[in-house]
Design a protein. Structure first.
Length: 421
């Protein structure tokens, strides 16, 4: 077999792998799809198709993807992860991972908005069982397809989500919060904001609660605009959040538990899936470019086809990384002691770091495959938007911050006794 034939065969294998991935990012892990999940993914593909058409305009105008979110509401995708007894469909985190992946292939901002919304839904579902107020909210979320935004960054702390400056103030059964949030993604378009806060004025900054405020509970005063390099449709502006409500709007579980058991691992899984969707879309364009170039050259592959091989290899690794992390998460959720263990927490944090770096490398290889055609903004093989969007991934909760925190935690752990441990 000569080198050219081997490359062609590898390209054919990659095409089939891409088709399999489109049916579900976890197919390689042998995940068995139930009829309900198949229906869910069909609805997700409909939303992705709607999101694709205005994606360039969403990016160009730095505007909220109204069409895509309206389609998600129409397909009732915003409440799918809520248990059926509360009006949802009981979709698993694996299902949501696949939806984020499908949306990421069409519109990065839509995928990230959906991922952030579903992360907050997971926090409410997993930690609001003892709260009648949050149970009613979840019912309303399903009935009205409410969109939840997240506020976890503020002031000079930036992405240090495990420390809060602004405290909850209590007056009898009423609470209030004033928070200078440097980022509230799609805050102006949301129906509710789920925010971290210091438990009280005399509490430590790390003694946090998670509280939900409905749109009528708060006002947003703009502080910082959003004219960003990529992920422009997330509309991640900064606001002064002034909110008030009842004390029952605070989740009954302390935020350190919520963060370790749900917030961090679910966010990293869903973000990674969205980034994988973006990377896959870039590789799809690179593959189309190589096919087009080969046809015009009488079947001879362009020299840049080697970059396509590299892009496919890193994309396979990225998919496997997420599938493996998802299996670990599903196993660990049955045991709170396991999910809060240093090894699991470090692994889920490293998922975010490794997935973001692999996604960037994949899109860069796709760009190199297409050369000038990928660099241009006005052609069918353009990868500029994908590259700008994916470059947000190492910055969202900066990888350097995560690695520094893991380094500190690793001092408390020891090396395994064998390679199988």
């Amino acid at each position: 077999m000569n080198a050219r034939t081997a490359t062609v065969l590898e390209a054919e294998q990659d095409i089939q792998a891409a088709r399999n991935a489109a049916r579900g990012i976890l197919s390689a892990a042998g995940n068995q799809r139930a009829a309900g999940t198949a229906d869910l993914m069909e609805r997700a593909r409909k939303v992705a198709a709607v999101a694709l058409e205005p994606a360039a305009a969403v990016d160009r105008d730095s505007r909220f993807p109204d069409e895509a979110i309206a389609a998600a509401r129409a397909e009732r995708l915003l409440g799918v992860a809520v248990p059926s007894e509360l009006g949802g469909e009981g979709a698993s985190i694996a299902d949501i991972v696949d939806i984020c992946y499908a949306l990421g292939r069409s519109c990065a901002s839509t995928a990230m908005i959906y991922a952030m919304h579903q992360t907050k839904v997971a926090c409410l579902v997993r930690h609001g069982r003892a709260s009648a107020w949050h149970q009613l909210l979840l019912r309303r979320l399903c009935n009205e397809q409410l969109l939840l935004a997240s506020s976890t960054t503020e002031g000079q702390g930036g992405g240090d989500v495990r420390n809060s400056a602004a405290p909850i103030t209590r007056t009898g059964s009423r609470i209030s919060l004033e928070r200078r949030a440097t980022v509230i993604s799609y805050g102006a378009a949301a129906d509710a904001i789920v925010t971290t806060a210091r438990r009280s004025a005399d509490a430590a900054s790390s003694d946090q609660v998670l509280v939900t405020f409905l749109k009528q509970d708060y006002t947003l005063q703009p502080l910082v605009g959003w004219d960003a390099f990529g992920m422009r449709g997330t509309c991640s502006a900064g606001f002064k959040l002034s909110a008030s409500g009842s004390s029952e709007q605070i989740l009954p579980v302390s935020y350190d538990k919520i963060h370790a058991q749900t917030m961090m691992p679910v966010a990293h899984l869903l973000w990674s899936a969205a980034w994988t969707g973006i990377a896959t879309a870039a590789v799809d364009r690179a593959r189309a470019f190589v096919r087009d170039a080969a046809q015009r050259a009488g079947g001879t592959l362009p020299p840049a086809a080697a970059h396509l091989t590299r892009a496919n290899a890193s994309l396979r690794t990225l998919r496997s990384l997420i599938a493996s992390a998802l299996r670990r998460f599903e196993t660990a959720t049955a045991d709170p002691a396991t999910i809060e263990a240093i090894d699991f927490q470090s692994g889920m944090n490293l998922l975010k770091v490794n997935a973001s770096e692999l996604a960037v490398a994949t899109v860069m290889s796709a760009m190199q495959t297409c050369g000038l055609s990928g660099y241009r903004n006005d052609g069918e093989f353009s990868i500029g938007r994908h590259l700008r969007d994916i470059l947000s991934s190492p910055i969202m909760i900066n990888n350097d911050r995560i690695l520094a925190n893991i380094a500190a935690a690793s001092l408390l752990s020891s090396a395994p006794n064998s390679l199988s441990d």
